[in-house]
Design a binder for this molecule. Structure first.
Ligand code: GLN
Length: 483
């Protein structure tokens, strides 16, 4: 049995009785046993529960009882999304043994449709990073070449889907964290419009810009998941009704007559030659399918990295103040400590990157510097949003490389935060302006490393964004993961 099938194929096999849920889950767990040592996608695998759940779904199918839409499909969840009964660590020592008392809304919605949660997957600590190297549990590795980073921060999500250790994963995207691993691991990743998917149960990093998003091997699988997770949630007042949009229906509507803008500032210096060639090829494919392509200039992109790291760090410094080992924390006796010394001892357990962000965030918010940094960053964000609003009067979609460069070796840039921050240049615009963006696997470089193409649409235009992504996917012929 091939476990590398799409969700859509899985559903039809189970429905026709060609495979049982238990068989498929057992096979996927076998696969995890074989490849986990090499790629380290998972922080926690919930094996026994997964098998029990599979058996109970098989029974329901046999008895012709109501079974949810997903028929026991195996999924993984980024370990900053709360799951009752399985720990949620945020890849931090601080939450190493934290078990949330409830499921995040996205998780309960998927469970209601009978997914099987195989486990929780790796990330950069508190989702701060672009490579998954900043995890307290050690780095994840790229299944296309295990010496290389898988992208991040949802690296475990990208790796688990790419290495066939689950069918679908949920990640979170604050500045590109769903799209970066999707691009580096040759899978599809969607950052939905701000407010389309509930953040209830997502451990906060930078609330005003982040969204939970799905990662899958095929665009059609992303559409399936969006049908279930999108829409208003009374636990998250930033969410909106999705109405009766069906993301799966008419997925093959194509891009004929659509106008596509190629973002100039995302194709300039610093973009790898193979990446820019791939992007131009993707544009030609879309033109062959009847789209019209024009160059688009968005000069605010130049300031986006600075604005993003100012705003994200400011929000992080406030959100992470709760980790004082009184409300959340780990086992450390208070004996012999005065209050401040205790809290500072505990907080020194954060990794370097998280510490850097909290310091930076506290600085840009402090009296005397607030106007110079934080306020200025918000002005850049407002300017960017108005440029985007103007741009979408002229085009239906924007296109750019998801990541400006190819995956690089583990450890290569770990001590170079500014270079790592710069890698987010093409992804963070979607977060700062709230618009949706998807990364579609497009080609494999001459050294066997994946290249993903990013497509953006205007707010709440996920349905047509998926049409464009599906159209692009249909033009590709990608090899199977070599692992
Ligand atoms: N690389 C970005 C950061 O470190 C994005 C992270 C994310 O989207 N969670 O903040």
């Amino acid at each position: 049995m091939d476990i590398g099938i799409s969700a859509t194929e899985y559903l039809s096999l189970v429905r026709n009785g060609e495979i049982s849920v238990e068989e498929f889950i057992a096979k996927t767990l076998d696969r995890i046993h074989v490849v986990e040592d090499k790629v380290h996608a998972y922080i926690t695998v919930d094996e026994q529960n997964a098998l029990n759940k599979a058996r109970s779904i098989d029974k329901k199918i046999k008895a012709k009882e109501r079974v949810g839409l997903f028929l026991g499909m195996p999924i993984s969840i980024k370990d900053n999304i709360c799951t009752s009964g399985i720990r949620t660590t945020c890849a931090s020592k601080m939450l190493e043994n934290f078990v949330a008392p409830y499921d995040a809304t996205v998780v309960s919605r998927l469970k209601h449709e009978d997914v099987i949660v195989l486990g929780k997957v790796n990330l950069d600590e508190f989702a701060m990073g672009s490579t998954t190297e900043f995890s307290y549990f050690g780095p994840s590795r790229n299944p296309w070449n295990v010496e290389y980073v898988p992208g991040g921060s949802s690296g475990g999500s990208g790796v688990s889907v790419s290495a066939l250790e689950c069918m679908i994963s949920l990640g979170s995207d604050t500045g590109g964290s769903v799209r970066s691993p999707a691009s580096f691991c040759s899978v599809v990743g969607l950052k939905p419009t701000y407010g389309l998917v509930s953040r209830y149960g997502l451990v906060s990093y930078a609330n005003s810009i982040e969204q939970i998003g799905p990662i899958a091997r095929k665009v059609e699988d992303i559409a399936l998941v969006m049908n279930v997770i999108a829409g208003h949630d009374s636990h998250d007042d930033t969410t909106v009704e999705k109405g009766n949009v069906d993301y799966v229906k008419d997925l093959d509507a194509g891009v004929k007559g659509k106008k596509i803008g190629l973002v100039q500032q995302m194709m300039e210096d610093g973009v790898d030659k193979e990446v820019s060639t791939a992007t131009n090829n993707a544009i030609s494919k879309l033109q062959d399918l009847g789209a019209e392509c024009i160059p688009i200039s968005l000069d605010s992109v130049e300031h986006s990295v600075a604005a993003y790291y100012t705003i994200a760090s400011a929000e992080a410094s406030s959100n992470l103040a709760r980790y004082d080992n009184l409300r959340y924390g780990f086992d450390l006796g208070t004996e012999g400590y005065e209050f401040k010394a205790y809290v500072s001892k505990v907080r020194s357990s954060f990794g370097h990157e998280v510490t850097r962000r909290m310091l930076l965030g506290a600085f840009v918010l402090s009296a005397g510097y607030y106007g110079k940094y934080y306020l200025k960053a918000q002005k850049v964000r407002a300017m960017m949003k108005s440029q985007i609003d103007e741009t979408f009067k002229k085009v239906d979609f924007l296109v750019a490389p998801t990541m400006p460069i190819l995956p690089f070796k583990i450890g290569e840039k770990i001590d170079d935060p500014l270079t790592l921050y710069q890698l987010d240049i093409n992804t963070i615009m979607a977060n700062l302006t709230g618009i949706p963006a998807i990364s579609v696997p497009f080609s494999i470089s001459s050294f066997g490393l994946p290249i993903g193409i990013q497509i953006f649409a205007n707010s709440f235009q996920e349905k047509s964004l998926l049409h464009a992504a599906y159209a692009l996917q249909q033009t590709t012929h990608l090899p199977e993961v070599p692992l």
